[in-house]
Design a binder for this molecule. Sequence first.
Ligand code: ADP
Ligand code: SF4
Ligand code: MG
Length: 439
Amino acid sequence: MSEESSTATATVPAPKAPAASEGEALLQVHDLVKHFPIKKGLLQRQVGAVQAVDGLTFDVRQGETLGVVGESGCGKSTMGRLITRLLEPTSGKITFEGVDISHLSTAKMRPLRRDIQMIFQDPYSSLNPRHTVGTIVGAPFRLQGIKTENGTKAAVQDLLELCGLNPEHYNRYPHEFSGGQRQRIGIARALALRPKMIVADEPVSALDVSIQAQVVNLLDDLQTELGLTYVVIAHDLSVVRHVSDRVAVMYLGKIVEIADRDSLYASPMHPYTNALMSAVPVPDPSRKQEHNRILLTGDVPSPVNPPSGCHFRTRCWKATEKCAEIEPPLVALKTGHQVACHYPENAPTDVIAETITVSKEAGEAVAKAAEAAVAAKAEETAEAAETAEVAEVAAAEEAPADAEPEAAEAAAEESTEAVESTEAAESTEGADAKGETKS
Ligand SMILES: Nc1ncnc2c1ncn2[C@@H]1O[C@H](COP(=O)(O)OP(=O)(O)O)[C@@H](O)[C@H]1O
Ligand code: SF4
Ligand SMILES: [Mg+2]
């Protein structure tokens, strides 16, 4: 079977009217955190946490493609699984079309599964080898109990055609298809219920270079035809450049830079973005000389114990003491261009001065607040001691102090329960995800 490149215009049910107008945020993410607990020993005590996603704030606008890049282990897939709610967030807020979906149960998420779909990286493991293409692509209809006008088979065949596959191959098994065609099957399955948003996790990484462009073009065509909103995760900057309207760069669980595609590629401000870009080969030999390659040394540090201050400082050639002490906030240095670095590159100089003043002021404010808190605490303690003395009821005063550890224990028990229930939920969600993955 040859790899078809065209996307046929099959008759499929009309897409649902977009609820949000062009440019409006379809998905909003605020301070999203996912820490995977590390447990040890017989009692399975938590001894630490993998800080896979550590405070992400961004939005995805109706009809756009947000590209997400970063090296392996930066938390991109975890972010994708959080916003599709295949994972339960540790904290933070995810809002889809104005509805808070951060902690919705599997049952409550079910209707929303129609609107938010995911395409997985590996087209080999994401399709059940024992099911035919018809069963795989038709699964969402069955799972959601949806009846289509001319029956599920006709709807599935329309989807196959839409994704450049032969509808006659409805009864074939995944192993009879090439990698690119399998990914098309995965895309057809994701499109079955006419979602509003698709999160594609490295959709072409597992494919031959020659096939990658065809699948990327298919995603592009489908977006135009169906008005889809995409979040495309990739470690390859050239893929992201091709498909994205805006790009977010992730490093060790955080967004370090987010901007319109053209602004980011024309003037990357974060040293990490610069390093990633310098690794992209330049096709024009005459430009080679001006292309200074920045070699990133070492690996991404462990998210179990990330560096203090700026997470990138252990690999950054511009790092200073300040970088180790103060975490740089993600701030807008140009319209629509945010960066988290104390010494950004390509930034307007007046803005840099402003940022430095702002972060200095912010640092001072934090220090003042901490001082005030310490002073207030000292005052409180002194007052309490005085009261105790005056009333000569030191014993009575001690009682609440004794009670404190009990309260702390109760709180710890509660939080353990919470952790356990979150994990139970996670494993259910994981199973759920797996079920969906395997259709
Ligand atoms: N279920 C999990 N349990 C524990 N750690 C995990 C889990 N999933 C991912 N991680 C860890 O979280 C970090 C980020 O992983 P991931 O989101 O897959 O990154 P990326 O997709 O950018 O390569 C990695 O260190 C990974 O080992
Ligand atoms: S804050 Fe410092 S360490 Fe971090 S990227 Fe900027 S210069 Fe490098
Ligand atoms: Mg990944």
